[in-house]
Design a protein around this ligand. Structure first.
Ligand SMILES: Cc1cc2nc3c(=O)[nH]c(=O)nc-3n(C[C@H](O)[C@H](O)[C@H](O)COP(=O)(O)O)c2cc1C
Length: 465
């Protein structure tokens, strides 16, 4: 059987991901694996129709496709995202009906989200999505993991042979765009009260719904916000994954384009950030992905902390939970506050007008109150993954993160606290004693809430929230 491997790493064959598919190639010599480094070659593929045709012809001649990619900022790299957009635009015929599987390599930070995304893209292409596999970067060095990967490969080839028919799990997106948004209600103006607000957009044209939404929001602030288009910024290319940033947060692009100056000079000083994007290929555009990938010069350290953030979306946001997941997690990681999502699915122009008016006032009020919603599993668990990996070895490469984590108190390992270790140890011994063990469940039931009950009854707030 012939399987085309679409490699999603900007590093291509020298990357980690390629070693996983090269391993599968060695384990299954009876099958042909043809690897195409589509992310690494995205410039040629996007510019030259002949290059695109070559890729599509390989896919058309294959029995199956393996989407093999590294995680880049909770998703796929901007280069891979661009490739997915291109094939959804003009390559559907070659992919339709073929078996697909996805293999990611990562440190398990929102790998599940990226795999869900790629599955949805495959289903939009009409492919039969068989299974996905998340490898931790160095899994391949362990015998048990090599066996597991080989079993995944075997199951994929079996599914191709058996013409397996898996169920579609992602929502089918509407073909029609939302109706044209023409603001209908008078604008309610909210003073920015000295807060700096920046609206960043990937709008290609100034007549679409996204432009109208950004414009309306800015009018609610009396035109005081800055509106910046990603297309007009001097960004010469995507993240190459070179990791030059690891030591001192320097980017290989520094001095070569304007991204760093924009990030440091415009975004960091802002109090309110509004990110406006059009849904394409089930996510924000590759241009937005380029922005997020390039922000990796700060590696695993939050760099836009304490901001009020909102997203304006043109497209079927409500049908794309993985899109929301990507950015809700990203904002939690940044220790900022995602105040709201507003999309043009609102129904009528009046509803959207009111949503934008409300958003304008809400962002200012929340910024004044410096309100940051408590982190959820996304932010709490995600940070533990980074904490353990940076401390556990990655700090050799990511020296800047290690220094920042010490400064920010990210190394909050519970086992480090002597007091906690002693009290937990004593409690462990006590609750093991037969006399206490029998009464313990009852005690827990009535006493577990004691500390918070005392706080609720006695504690006061030192200042007005
Ligand atoms: C810019 C950048 C962003 C990354 N973002 C994530 C991420 O969000 N989650 C994760 O688990 N790993 C992330 N990683 C780690 C890579 O996914 C991992 O190292 C992968 O194995 C690299 O594969 P490659 O060498 O084939 O490019 C990121 C790495 C880079 C360079």
């Amino acid at each position: 059987m012939k399987v085309v491997v679409l490699n999603g790493s900007p590093k291509g064959a020298i990357g980690v991901t390629h070693q996983y598919t090269a391993f599968l190639e060695r384990v299954f010599p009876e099958h042909e694996l043809v690897t195409i480094p589509v992310a690494q070659r995205i410039r040629e593929i996007s510019r030259d129709p002949a290059e695109r045709r070559k890729v599509l012809e390989e896919v058309a001649a294959a029995d199956g496709v393996l989407w093999a990619f590294p995680l880049y900022i909770l998703l796929v790299s901007s280069q891979y995202k661009r490739f997915i957009e291109l094939v959804l635009e003009e390559g559907r015929e070659c992919f339709r009906g073929k078996a697909a599987a996805a293999l990611s390599t990562s440190i398990n930070f929102f790998d599940s989200n990226a795999l869900t995304y790629v599955r949805g893209a495959c289903e939009d292409l009409g492919m039969r999505f068989i299974d996905s596999y998340s490898a931790r970067m160095y899994d391949l060095t362990q015998d048990g993991e090599r066996r597991r990967l080989a079993a995944f490969g075997r199951a994929f080839f079996d599914a191709i042979r058996d013409d397996a028919q898996p169920m579609r799990l992602s929502a089918v997106l509407p073909r029609e765009a939302s109706p044209r948004y023409l603001p209908a209600l008078p604008v309610r103006v909210h003073a920015l009260e000295g807060k700096k607000a920046v609206i960043v957009t990937d709008q290609g044209d100034s007549t679409g719904n996204l432009a109208a939404m950004a414009q309306r929001l800015n009018e609610c602030w009396g035109g005081e916000a800055e509106i910046i288009s990603l297309h007009e910024l001097d960004i010469k290319g995507g993240c190459q994954g070179c990791l030059r940033c690891g030591a001192e947060s320097r980017c290989a692009w520094d001095g070569k384009d304007g991204f760093r100056a924009f990030y440091e000079g415009t975004l960091k000083p802002a109090d309110i950030l509004v990110f406006a994007g059009t849904v394409c290929a089930r996510q924000l555009s590759w241009k937005w992905r380029e922005f997020f990938d390039r922000s990796f010069f700060s590696t695993h350290t939050p760099s836009l902390t304490g901001k009020q953030i909102a997203f304006l979306v043109e497209g079927p946001l409500a049908l794309l939970p993985e899109l929301r997941e990507t950015y809700e997690a990203w904002v939690e990681f940044q220790r900022s506050h995602l105040a709201a999502w507003v999309s043009d699915e609102a129904g009528t122009a009046e509803v959207l007008d009111r949503a934008l008016d409300d958003l304008a006032g809400r962002l200012v009020r929340l910024s004044r109150a410096a309100y940051i919603r408590p982190r959820t599993f996304r932010g709490v668990a995600g940070m533990k993954v980074f904490r353990d990996d940076i401390w556990g070895g990655l700090r050799v490469v990511f020296r800047a993160d290690h220094k920042a984590y010490r400064r920010l108190g990210v190394y909050d390992f519970p086992q480090r606290s002597l007091r906690r270790r002693v009290t937990t140890g004593l409690a462990w011994i006590a609750t093991g004693l037969p006399l206490i063990r029998g009464r313990f469940p009852g005690m827990i039931r009535t006493r577990m809430a004691d500390p918070v009950r005392r706080a609720a009854e006695q504690a006061v707030i030192m200042s007005d929230p």
